[in-house]
Design a protein around this ligand. Sequence first.
Ligand SMILES: Cc1ncc(COP(=O)(O)O)c(C=O)c1O
Length: 371
Amino acid sequence: MSVPFVDLRARIESMRPEIDAAIDRVLDSGWFILGPEVEAFESELAATLGAREAVAVANGTEALELALRAAGVGPGDEVITTSLSAAFTGLAILATGARPVFVDVDETTLNLDPEAAARAASERTKAIVPVHLYGHPADMGALLALARERGLAVVEDACQAHGATYHGRPVGTLAGDEGLGAFSFYPTKNLGGLGDGGAIVAADRDTAALLRSLRNGGQSDRYHHDRPGINSRLDEIQAAVLRVGLRRLEGWNQRRRALFELYGRELAGAGLVLPREGADVRAVHHLYVVRHPRRDELMAALRERGVGTLIHYPIPLHLQPAFAAPGNERGRCPVAETAAGQLLSLPLYPELTDAQAGAVVAAVREALAGL
Ligand SMILES: Cc1ncc(COP(=O)(O)O)c(C=O)c1O
């Protein structure tokens, strides 16, 4: 049995009649950008994620960029973030004119290491961007304490963690009234659209109003541009389809958890480092990332057996040419550098059947035996 890394057609088919109806509704309305579907999606998303406000934008990268701008980040500032993330986290920081300062990760969770973040803080540091990598909340207690002590803004990158909680509170809302959380609705995310999409959650109504202006060219009123915003508007069709998905998010996350537990049971003792869920968090298992020192051979052996895998991420951000800058050299983030050579993401998505998961387990065990 071959198992693809992800199967979006299966996801769409599972809700096809509702998607068709949602798209028909928008076509019939004749309104395609920032309309009633976006407004309804924003309030339903805020309710689901336990936030006061949600502002829909065009993608997760711009959700991060605009959240940082709303938090006052701009040219000359430094923003601390993890070296192990999608490059888009760092690119969003660059887009504000600020400098991303990449720091090392915790050996177990692979999330931003609060001690490394504290060491990287300088006079110029304006904000911290913790990433809830693979759907597992970052060590927010320590990071929020650091932010309070140094007077730093906090923008959570929750692009992989829709519905995850930390000490019972939803990610994206953990920094309280001042904090902001960014989400992506890239098709493969825990909540994904039929294209790009994103959102920022906020507790403060004025900040939400500022974000609504920034996403729409900085307008305060039609054709009155008070500030240099960007075009980061969400389409009505995307919003209508995301509303369908939002109703399924909790069920999808539960299925992801069941598969996480299945892999944990069935792969125990197989010779891999398996992901673990920390105490007092509810992870949403966006990715199932194992570690093995001979990762490339394991990946090839799984490919031969028809199992699709990916690497999240093969190059730590401080070593990406896009972020070339003094200090961004090998040795800067040793934990992330070692991990990048060992990480392998196995298929885990709500539509994966138990039989497919069993086939992945069998292929992994066989592949490891042959290494
Ligand atoms: C951790 C993280 N941050 C930011 C992004 C950027 O989101 P988008 O692709 O919607 O711009 C992604 C997804 O690609 C992500 O996984």
